[in-house]
Structures are given as C-alpha cells and as structure tokens.
Unconditional design. Structure first.
Length: 200
C-alpha cells in the first residue's frame, strides 16, 4: 500500500511549514487599534473617502440640456456665494468669485440661446442631491467647509463639462448646440483652476 505523500515528508518539514504559515498570518494581521486616553475600549476607526465623481450619460435633448445646464449654474453660483461667507482661504475666495461671475454669464447665455431657438427654458432648480450638498455646505464652517466646497465644485464641474460637451457635439437644436460648444472649454478652464488650488 502506497503511503500518503504527507507521511513521506521529512520530520523537519512540518514545523517549517507551521512557522511559515504563522509568519504569513502575521503579515496580514490588522494593526491593533489603540485604546482611548481614558483606558476605555477603543472606538472603531472610520475612514471617510470622498464620493466618486460620476460622469452622466450624454445629453442630446434640448429640454434635458436646459434643465441640467441651469441646475449646474445655479449650484455653482449658490455654493460659491455660501463659501464666501465662511472661508478665510484667499485661493478659494478668488475661485468662488470667479465662479459666480462666470456662471451668471453662462446661465444668461444659455437662456438667450434658448429664446433665440424659440424654447422657453425652465426655471433652474437643484435636484435633491445637490440641494443636500448645498445645505451641508451652508451648515459647515472653517476648513471642513472649504473641503466640502472644493469636493462639490469638482463633481458639479465634471458633470457640467460632460453635459455641455455631449450636447455641443450631438444636441438636437443648432442654436443651443453652438452655445453648448462655446461653454464646454470654459468649464474645462474652471476644472483646471480648481486643480491648482492647494488641497488640505
């Protein structure tokens, strides 16, 4: 009868394998959570990560374009006005002031293009997620508010860029499509400026 393979291994192999397993296990062991200062049981450590930036689906319908472009401009204006009341960061102040002026201008340009195309643009309004972001920003202060503002500006500008680029390429109205194509590079400039602001 043939002996199982493990019975034919030299005696020294089994302890060596056990030590190797212990070493590998130690390498993957989670670091201990330090006890609280008062000696009580340590609290769980929660690592917060920023919400992923989601690129929306292409927009080719005029009404959808007007709704999304108007909402993006409104959020960028109102969030920038909100951060100006709390921030002490000179870079953020300058960026916010630029956002208010630029997006008031782009909002007017889109509305004028809509009227020229014979379309009555809907009043701009925020969806539930953007309203929640704006409320959170208004409730925050100090560096926490600055970080929220920069995170929000990144997500809304990525979304706005996709909206203007997609409609500027394939939109169903020539006048609006031309206007969207003009706005897209301006939004890209805002993203570039945002990337130059020192993060904390």
């Amino acid at each position: 009868m043939t002996k199982p393979m493990w019975l034919t291994l030299p005696a020294v192999t089994l302890p060596a394998l056990a030590l190797t397993a212990l070493a590998l296990n130690a390498c993957h062991r989670e670091p201990p959570i330090p006890a609280a200062a008062d000696g009580s049981a340590p609290a769980a450590i929660v690592v917060q990560t920023p919400a992923p930036v989601v690129t929306p689906a292409p927009v080719v319908n005029a009404q959808a374009y007007l709704t999304k472009a108007g909402a993006a401009d409104l959020f960028e204006i109102e969030s920038s006005q909100a951060i100006l009341t709390t921030t002490h960061n000179a870079e953020i102040k300058a960026f916010a002031q630029m956002m208010i002026a630029a997006h008031q201008q782009s909002s007017r340009a889109v509305q004028q293009a809509a009227h020229a195309a014979g379309i009555n643009p809907p009043p701009p309004r925020l969806n539930a997620d953007r309203q929640q972001q704006l409320d959170a920003l208004k409730a925050a202060s100090g560096p926490a508010a600055d970080k929220l503002y920069l995170d929000d500006q990144l997500s809304v500008h990525v979304e706005a860029l996709a909206v203007h680029k997609s409609y500027g390429a394939d939109g169903d109205n020539t006048i609006l499509r031309t206007q969207a194509a003009k706005i897209a590079p301006i939004v890209q400039q805002h993203l570039d400026a945002l990337g130059r602001i020192k993060r904390f």
